[in-house]
Design a protein around this ligand. Sequence first.
Ligand code: ZN
Length: 437
Amino acid sequence: MKYRIKGGLLVIPGAGGTVQATKGDILIGNDRIEAVGDIGFQHHHAEDIAVIDAQGCAVIPGLINAHCHAGMSLLRSYADDMRLQPWLEEAIWPVEAVMTPDDIYWGTLLSGLEMLKGGVTTFADMYFAMEDVANATVEIGMKAVLSLGLIGIGPNAAEDLLATKAFFDTWHQGADDRIHVQLGPHAPYTCPPEYLREVVTLAKELGAGIHVHIAETEDEVDGVGQTYGRTPVEYLDDLGVFDTPPVLGAHCVYVTNQDQAILADRQVGVAHCPQSNQKLGAGIAPIPAMRALDIPVGLGTDGAASTGRLDLWAEMRAASYVQKVIDRDPEQLKAKEMLYMATRGGALALGLDDTGALVPGFRADLAIVDLSAAHLTPCHDPIALLAYAAGPSDVRDVMVDGEWVVRDCHLTTLDENKILRRCREQSKTLMQRVRGE
Ligand SMILES: [Zn+2]
């Protein structure tokens, strides 16, 4: 099927890691963008092209959530206002110990529903029961870079390495290349050196990328420093974790100048999760410095149990505003940089070369954002409006690989109400299991 998306304000690449807006049309053929801007008169009246009116709308690349734990959305509002270690050890891990693949399947559909309707087309995920995550992702019509979380100090460490290999063999570049698989060593503080060596050996054997939490809190930096005499970045680099690109580092809050030089040299992508980091009181990653070193930086929500919402619009604002406060400088992380990080920056951090920009030849992943709401009126500067005033409810239509997955604010692929009903039930039975009932 071919589509001509007509008369929208197109958000296209700008200079130096930014975006710009221009009025025009987009021609979509199969799963690719064929033309952008002036698409040529021969396409204006062709009978085999469906015309979609985007007057009064912005057309943006599909947003990329660069770090998520989609299956955790069943734990939204379960445990908040706690430090990371007690939150994990006392609240989250005991629930995860009794979670079933079914819980994770439905939790992922719930996350997918929220993300797709908010304009997110691709997410990077680390969790368990990843076959179920992959199935849910494909069924709802999204794309994902998936990794089974590997806890080297956990009881399933060896078994999960074998499961990761099987998952990679089955799913990597599967579902018409909508699913990519990476290896997911959870973090420096949960993966000792001998385990990370095994992970690196497997990554090299498979040619797989890696997704890992790095330097999220000061406690982690202190712990790794006391045990290994290194920063978390140095520790991972010494063990070869950055040797098999693409490597995605979530958080990277506490990174020294030397760490940043390593990340730049190894082209490690960074998933900046400003809302998760703020809510945890963890700190904020030095994003302007890392961008200045050409480190690919995207935006991530982390799990809904950490952040509350899987909302890339809120992450754009959080990232920009907190940086302006830290530097006492309103010129830091401008609107045009935030939209870049939420789209192309995220794609590059995930190693998706042909994704995240409205450019001919790229994958046709996009969202049409209705600019008619009160909070988007008037429109002096569409880029500022999108970064600082728009939200998930303004997203009207979403396309993934040339197919409509949201039309007129409704999911086309699955029954939204069924997902919501089932997830309420699923979370009730999960809590009964936690209480041993
Ligand atoms: Zn995380």
